[in-house]
Design a protein around this ligand. Structure first.
Ligand SMILES: [Zn+2]
Length: 103
């Protein structure tokens, strides 16, 4: 799957090793499946290893793609935080203070 800033697939982690993929909008036959690379690199939650200009074409394209979860806009972090694995939420608990009140 490729990246999109407006993806049609969401990855929900039950554990760090087990995840499920969900369609989050209607997907037309033949349409490319996409997810947000910025919120699924579990080894880069607080580390920015690379960035790249994003040209995904979405209306809400962020322009720069980083795989560091904590470098994403706060609205994006809040959207995806509930789907992170429990172990990651626990490990980085102090860095998720802006997301308190989330599941
Ligand atoms: Zn984009």
């Amino acid at each position: 799957m490729n990246h999109s800033c407006d993806p049609n697939v969401l990855i929900k982690y039950e554990t760090i090793a087990r995840s499920k993929f969900y369609a989050i909008k209607d997907i037309k036959k033949g349409e490319q499946l996409t997810y947000d690379y910025g919120v699924n690199a579990l080894d880069q939650i607080d580390v920015e290893l690379w960035t790249v200009d994003c040209k995904c074409g979405a209306e809400n394209c962020r322009g720069k793609l980083s795989t560091c979860f904590l470098k994403q806009p706060i609205a994006i972090q809040k959207k995806y935080y509930p789907y992170l694995p429990p172990s990651i939420k626990k490990k980085y608990r102090s860095k998720f203070t802006k997301l308190q009140g989330q599941k």
